[in-house]
Design a protein around this ligand. Sequence first.
Ligand SMILES: O=C(CO)[C@@H](O)[C@H](O)COP(=O)(O)O
Length: 250
Amino acid sequence: MNTLTPELEERVARTRQEVADLHAELVRYGLVVWTAGNVSGRVPGTDLFVIKPSGVSYDELGPENQILCDLDGRPVSGTPGAERSPSSDTAAHAYVYRHMPEVGGVVHTHSPYATAWAARGEPVPCVLTAMADEFGGEIPVGPFAIIGDDSIGRGIVETLSGHRSRAVLMRNHGPFTIGKDARDAVKAAAMLEDVARTVHLSRQLGEPLPIDPSHVDSLFDRYQNVYGQQPATTPSTPGAHSLEPSQHHS
Ligand SMILES: O=C(CO)[C@@H](O)[C@H](O)COP(=O)(O)O
């Protein structure tokens, strides 16, 4: 029987609730059908993450049936849900958490427009300011990889390491997204589908126009470090930003 400290139990419980609730956001934004897709979240400050059970209807998902796993993707025995099989993409999520310590959440969907781009193995070009804001450039394509071992996870890490995008189109499969936490990864999945659809529609009308890379850089920097309600910080050098460009946050 696993004995987690009360403080760790509390952190696990919060992550279970967040991951369970975020699956409803995939449905809300039209990113999944049936039981496709999955969300996971790292338990902060631990070598553990929470992921959905495989093949379970979204309306049956709750904190109690999410599965607590170690970073090798093994369910932690004696914990709620451990009797079930974790998502079939657990190995991919685990690989990302092992090799990208800054990542706190991973999402996979088969959202139609992003998946259509993945089927063609074509990056989504950065032709919208919304793409520059959220992804810092194009949405890259990852290699074709068969589910069931580290192949998909390796493809995600090789493509996104050092890349500003929090989304990758795994060829012939569909999008995977990462974030500072699970909610940030879900946001990336929703924004990805929105821009994939818009660029597709634009292409029906003609060739979309690229954005100058210098403008992409300034848009990305503004959105990541100025947009919305930024945490209060002590006065700093004007123009300096508080996070390295490679770090992700919503
Ligand atoms: O892409 C695949 C299967 O190819 C999976 O991601 C399914 O879409 C969801 O599987 P579970 O998370 O329910 O096991």
